[in-house]
Design a protein around this ligand. Structure first.
Ligand code: IPE
Ligand code: IPE
Ligand code: MG
Length: 226
């Protein structure tokens, strides 16, 4: 099987999962964050080198109620504290992508410290975690840097300033939760990605679902305009 180098996932549906099962959206986020590990393990086992996950959009941060956002921040902090040794042992490098400077400083400190602890000479998996992320802002900021450093405005230079520079563009973008949209995620990088929309909510997404997507991916003739 031809495996991708980079998979990206829009982990949508946590809230609805929690609401449906326990009448509590927050429990959906709790279950959702726990669901990430097996996907990481699968990528490690198959030597898929890049995984990008959408954890929180800039619009989520701006438009959702503070109680839910703070709860997600708490879950993230706890997750990092609990799993940092696992990541270290398995050579998973974490790269947070998004406007980290606009996050509460206590959280930002933990994110930066985790990144620092997971700098490897030889990493097995780069895990990009999008938090307070907006693809439109990412592209705008890349453009601003080109102007600031007086570089030529071209594709290569713009891409050199994207957060995902080290991972390249994802061959596959998956969105769980039933909606068929990108919600400001990797708009530039998605130019030739294969898009997969899954009706299951993120907490119910299994390795088997990913395997099914990879089987379908293998049957697709990718043209890139040819
Ligand atoms: C995705 O799940 C995770 C975040 C945006 C934090 P949602 O919270 O959007 O779940 P639904 O779409 O409301 O079910
Ligand atoms: C996108 O999901 C963001 C994440 C999954 C983190 P949303 O639930 O915020 O997207 P919309 O608002 O339905 O487009
Ligand atoms: Mg949603």
């Amino acid at each position: 099987m031809n495996l991708p180098n980079h998979i990206a996932i829009i982990m949508d549906g946590n809230g609805r999962w929690g609401k449906k099962k326990y009448n509590n959206r927050l429990l959906g986020h709790e279950k959702g964050i726990k669901n990430i590990k097996k996907i990481i393990e699968y990528c490690l086992s198959k030597e898929i080198s890049n995984l990008t996950i959408y954890a929180l959009s800039k619009d989520n941060l701006v438009k959702r109620n503070k109680y839910e956002i703070n709860n997600i921040f708490g879950l993230l902090k706890k997750y990092l504290e609990t799993n940092i040794e696992y990541f270290k042992k398995n050579k998973v490098k974490i790269n947070f992508i998004g406007e980290l400077n606009l996050l509460p400083s206590s959280l930002r400190k933990i994110l930066l410290l985790s990144e620092k602890k997971l700098r490897f000479l030889k990493k097995k998996l780069t895990l990009n975690v999008a938090i307070n992320y907006s693809s439109k802002i990412e592209i705008l900021n890349a453009m601003k840097k080109i102007l600031k450093y007086k570089k030529k405005i071209n594709i290569k230079n713009l891409e050199s300033y994207l957060f995902t520079k080290v991972s390249g563009h994802p061959e596959i973008i998956i969105r769980t939760g039933g909606f068929k949209r990108l919600s400001d995620f990797l708009l530039w990088q998605a130019a030739y990605s294969e898009l997969f929309f899954v009706t299951k909510f993120w907490p119910d997404f299994k390795v088997k679902d990913l395997e099914n997507i990879l089987i379908k991916f293998n049957k697709i003739k990718r043209n890139f305009g040819k």
